[in-house]
Design a protein around this ligand. Structure first.
Ligand code: MRU
Length: 356
């Protein structure tokens, strides 16, 4: 079954986004007509989730190229390329942690640099095709990961998940939530506990919405309930996403993931991260090298717009944390499941992936 909503869509020279800031109470479309609006949409989390922001950024490059077309006409290809590079740097700085953003921008620039275009129309057509390919490949990748990931889900399972990894976090279908949906639709007896995921409440607002739409039996829990459920053997496995995976298998994901992984390690509960290969940053040796985004204090002091802390209270608000590879049972990708030793298997995957 497919979703009843579209996360991102490019039409009529604009990018249409389902505004995730106001879900589930309102379904509002946020329209980006230029790349600055795309940058805002990523930074302000109109759209979020590693694969989704990659696909959105790709369309941001297309919008930037359209805007810079007069430069191509007046000053030529070199100047146009320079300006487009600056627009990409601007988009790249919108959120620092998820590598898919950088990956998609680089892919768009490689497409531009890799052909001898005859005209601006050809360039725009080529960039549109590339952005469309990033979007549709993401959906196909998610479906492949779901089928592969379903193999590790027992016929009857209680699954804990964190943050939102569904169709909203991707171009469609989802990563970890994709595996959960696949398991459910293939007839397995699935029950899901969804962490509310403070401070942005992606679990409460977005995952709960997607689980309800899919008809998957589930309960929403405060993040701090997870420890008791894991200790009391009420969770068969934890499945969640990832924003950047290092070459040694360390997984950077939504804040709170590390805590869950430590509990799973302590109590012997299988812990899986589901990521497309585009989320693996082969250039970094460990999670220590991943830049962790710190977000505004207001996310913690007034999570829904209503203050819950004294005015002026200082806040520490990292949006992500790093789970050491020793805590991870397996990393599910569209190329198969990566098991320990992660460094060796990721190096092998890299040679296959880059040798394509
Ligand atoms: O801050 P967010 O909402 O962009 O964080 C999202 C996550 O941490 C997801 O788990 C991750 O991007 C994987 S989603 C397919």
């Amino acid at each position: 079954m497919d979703e009843r909503f579209i996360t991102l869509e490019y039409k009529d020279d604009a990018l249409y986004l389902l505004d995730q800031r106001v879900l589930p109470n309102e379904q509002v479309t946020f329209i980006c007509k230029d790349y600055r609006e795309v940058e805002f949409a990523i930074r302000d989390m109109v759209v979020r989730g590693a694969p989704a922001i990659g696909a959105v950024a790709a369309y941001g490059v297309l919008l930037a190229a359209k805007e810079l077309a007069p430069i191509h006409a007046k000053l030529g290809r070199k100047e146009f390329r320079k300006e487009l590079g600056s627009a990409c740097d601007f988009l790249d700085a919108s959120r620092p942690t998820a590598v898919n953003l950088h990956w998609a921008l680089q892919r768009m620039l490689r497409r531009l640099d890799g052909a001898d275009w005859k005209s601006m129309d050809e360039i725009l057509d080529g960039l549109k095709r590339e952005a469309d390919a990033i979007r549709s490949e993401d959906i196909a990748t998610n479906k492949a990961m779901s089928r592969i990931g379903n193999e590790i889900v027992p016929p009857k399972a209680t699954i804990l998940t964190h943050c939102n990894t569904g169709a909203l976090a991707t171009a469609g279908w989802g990563t970890a939530l994709g595996v959960i949906k696949e398991a459910f639709y293939s007839g397995k007896d699935i029950f899901v506990y969804a962490d509310e995921t403070r401070p942005r409440l992606q679990g409460a607002r977005l995952t709960a919405w997607e689980l309800t739409q899919a008809g998957i039996p589930s309960k929403l829990i405060a993040d701090s309930v997870a420890a008791t459920l894991i200790r009391d053997r009420k969770i068969d496995l934890v499945i969640l996403g990832g924003d950047r995976v290092a070459a040694n298998g360390d997984v950077c994901n939504k804040i709170g993931t590390f805590m869950l992984s430590a509990l799973c390690k302590l109590y012997g509960v299988p812990f899986y991260s589901v990521v497309p290969v585009s989320t693996i940053d082969f250039s970094i040796t460990s999670g220590a090298e991943i830049p962790i985004e710190e977000r505004d204090a207001s996310e913690v002091t007034s999570p829904t717009g209503v203050p819950v802390a004294p005015e002026g209270m200082a806040v520490y608000n990292p949006a992500f944390d790093v789970t050491p590879h020793e805590h991870i049972t397996g990393i599910i990708t569209e190329r198969g499941i990566i098991y320990p030793p992660f460094d060796m298997h990721i190096a092998h995957l890299r040679s296959e992936y880059e040798g394509r």
